[in-house]
Design a protein around this ligand. Structure first.
Ligand code: NAD
Length: 473
């Protein structure tokens, strides 16, 4: 049992001002795995005051000093990588191979990338008589979701530190363990008191206290669209910058010249990864109508081949994060059936033999883009295959969405695939796969307004100042 009832404020582990605890449930067993404290607005006040005090000196540090600090953090992170992976698996149900693999690799990747970017980052640039300076924005509130816990905390904390900001992290209540270990890592690496603070608790309390706080300069939020909207409203009175990374309903277009079997299998497997709880997952798979039968055969085989079970075992997919998430997903599967979508794999209920734990069957529908299951983010292992007539039709379907986070294009003719990528109204597109920690990540439309990852991720935490007359003409 984990007992994480203290917050990290001003370089120390402290008790909440008003003691209140909540139990954390292991989604694989439905049993309590530990306890956290739920903070209140007064804990936030204390953390913000510490961050403000620390900003006076940390905001003035040199890039070299911050680089040394990030390198010290990397050394500590490497020592505790397995522990972080175990915590991720326990809190949100990812299979151990994924939690100790890609989950922790993402955290390490954002840290190493912040180091690389900081080495060459130009905080000052002279243009004529003017010096354009990039300065840290100040005290930042970082609010994160549970689905890729290490990715989301690290993609915010390390660019913010690199920029010279101080911060208060509010981790997700459903997945609070890995953030606690991360706070220990930052402490052990010698992050100065007050630069990093962490308060656990409910979004409606801790999150709101940060968004409305007079002395918080910006909020970086990753999570659902309705909460993003609320945060923007809450932050409006104090005119803070709000970076939003929200949901998605991304299209994967398999072009006519692509290998259908390979790409449909990859898209189906990709959708089921992390139990479908990935904001940029290709949840709408677009295939040529003329090849629909082959696509159905390939997707059915791929979905039925996804093994589901205990995160400690050798399975491709674990449970989804919580009972309520399980029920929401079941509701969408039911909706798909009601709307007349054709179920070709999975369906309602738990996979055979998995009565305990929030396990969902890897599910594939063939439907249309007008169906609710093609329009709303399900955030579970549910794929919708949609047929298209020609490339124009495929692009039209892909863009016919309120969201605009990710996109995928598979095709042999690279120029044709690139042309399609230009026409898609989304923030990140993968042409025939690939991975790049320096590629900016963020959404168009209701998928948000921020850009994280690499150098673009620094911009969120920087103000721009012009000093005219720096050079006297
Ligand atoms: P969520 O919006 O419910 O919660 C996210 C965080 O916000 C949590 O820490 C929560 O406690 C907090 N919160 C809740 N209400 C709040 C309020 N009123 N004010 C301030 N904070 C509040 O999202 P979730 O269920 O944790 O995560 C899933 C969502 O995150 C999905 O929609 C997914 O697409 C999105 N997501 C987006 C990205 C991206 O980069 N675009 C990445 C991962 C997840």
């Amino acid at each position: 049992m984990r007992n994480y009832t203290q917050f990290y404020i001003d370089g120390q582990w402290v008790d909440p001002i008003a003691p209140r605890t909540a139990q954390v449930v292991n989604p694989a067993t439905e049993e309590v795995s530990g306890t956290i404290s739920l903070g209140s607005a007064v804990d936030v006040d204390k953390a913000v005051a510490a961050a403000r005090r620390a900003f006076a000196t940390f905001g003035e540090t040199s890039a070299k000093e911050r680089l040394d600090l990030l390198e010290a953090i990397l050394a500590e992170y490497l020592k505790r990588e397995t522990e972080l992976g175990e915590a991720v698996s326990e809190e949100m149900g990812a299979p151990m191979s994924l939690a100790c693999g890609f989950h922790t690799l993402l955290g390490k990747g954002h840290l190493s990338t912040a180091i690389e970017v900081l080495k060459d980052f130009k905080f000052e640039e002279q243009r004529g008589v003017t010096m354009i300076r990039k300065e840290p924005i100040g005290v930042c509130g970082l609010i994160t979701p549970w689905n890729w816990p290490m990715n989301q905390t690290c993609v915010k904390i390390f660019p913010a530190l690199a920029a010279g900001c101080t911060m208060i992290l509010k981790p997700p209540q459903l997945a609070p363990y890995s953030a606690q270990i991360l706070a220990e890592i930052l402490h052990d690496a010698g992050v100065p008191a007050g630069v990093f603070n962490m308060v656990q608790g409910k979004g409606s309390e801790i999150g709101t206290a940060l968004s409305t706080h007079e002395d918080v300069d910006m909020i970086s939020f990753t999570g659902s669209e309705p909460v993003g909207v609320q945060i923007q409203k809450d932050a409006a009175d104090t005119v803070k910058r709000v970076g939003l990374e929200l949901g998605g309903k991304s299209a994967w277009i398999v072009l006519d010249d692509a290998s259908l079997a390979t790409n449909v299998a990859a898209a189906t497997g990709g959708m089921m990864g992390n139990s479908g709880q990935t904001c940029s997952a290709g949840s709408r798979l677009l295939v040529p109508n003329a090849r629909m039968d082959d696509a159905i055969a390939a997707a059915t085989e791929a979905a039925n081949g996804v093994t589901v079970g205990d995160p400690k075992g050798n399975f491709a997919m674990g449970p989804v994060v919580s009972k309520s998430q399980y029920e929401i997903i079941q509701g969408y599967i039911e909706k798909g059936l009601e709307e007349g979508a054709k179920l070709i794999a999975g369906g309602l209920g738990k996979p055979d033999g998995l009565d305990k734990g929030y396990y969902v069957k890897p599910t594939v529908f063939v439907g249309t883009n007008h169906m609710v299951i093609a329009r709303e983010e399900i955030f579970g292992p549910v794929l919708v295959i949609i047929g298209y007539d020609d490339v124009d039709h495929a692009v039209e379907i892909a863009n016919d969405s309120n969201f605009g986070l990710g996109g995928y294009v598979s095709g042999e003719d690279l120029d044709a695939a690139r042309a399609v990528s230009r026409r898609m109204r989304t923030g990140a597109i993968w042409v025939n796969g690939g991975f790049d920690f320096h590629a900016p990540f963020g959404g168009y439309k209701r998928s948000g307004n921020g850009r994280e990852w690499g150098e673009h991720g620094f911009a969120e935490y920087l103000e721009t100042k012009s000093v005219v007359g720096w050079n006297q003409a």
